[in-house]
Design a protein around this ligand. Structure first.
Ligand code: IDP
Ligand code: MG
Length: 158
């Protein structure tokens, strides 16, 4: 393992999928130099939605959030790279697209808190990345590999 191997969970939500933003989102992380190690186009069921968003179970928006996230397919991904969880969150923007800077994914593609295009593991929630990866992916669905371009991303790459 090197410090380039941090993994984080990312998901294009049903609004992003319906708006045709899967490719755009994937491109941004690829362009940054992060490496894809897993991806799955899937529909989230009620049980998985409750587990994934369990921390929000007592919030007034919870039922609507579960209904939204189960309403249509999502594109779930695992991205790997140095400081991946924090870097991806910075690229995603604030929870509310209206408060997100232009240049971030939510700041470029969203206007509404309830439809904010993308989910990414919270870097301030210790272990959220591993927990969410385990929830959505089996071990054998993640690929150990090194993208050839990655050797040019890091000065100390082997
Ligand atoms: P995050 O996605 O930026 O980590 P969280 O606070 O973890 O934001 O909330 C999870 C998701 O719940 C948000 O991405 C958004 O889809 C939804 N959400 C959060 N707060 C609200 C709200 O006040 N109204 C409606 N939906 C909300
Ligand atoms: Mg969160």
């Amino acid at each position: 393992m090197s410090h380039h191997d941090e993994r984080t969970f990312v998901m294009v939500k049903p609004d992003g999928v319906n708006r045709g933003l899967i490719g755009e989102v994937v491109s941004r992380f690829e362009d940054r130099g992060l490496q894809l190690v897993g991806a799955k186009f899937m529909q989230i069921d009620e049980e998985l939605a409750h587990e994934h968003y369990g921390e929000h179970a007592d919030k007034p928006f919870f039922d609507g959030l579960v209904e939204f996230i189960t309403s249509d397919p999502v594109f779930a991904m695992v991205w790997e790279g140095a400081d991946a969880t924090r870097q991806v969150r910075a690229m995603v923007g604030e929870t509310d697209p209206a408060e997100s800077d232009p240049g971030t994914i939510r700041g470029d593609f969203g206007l509404d808190l309830g439809h904010n295009v993308i989910h990414a593991s919270d870097h301030e929630d210790e272990g959220a990345n591993e927990r969410e990866i385990d929830l959505f992916f089996e071990e054998d669905e993640l690929v150990d590999w090194t993208r050839s371009g990655t050797t040019w991303v890091y000065e100390d790459a082997e």
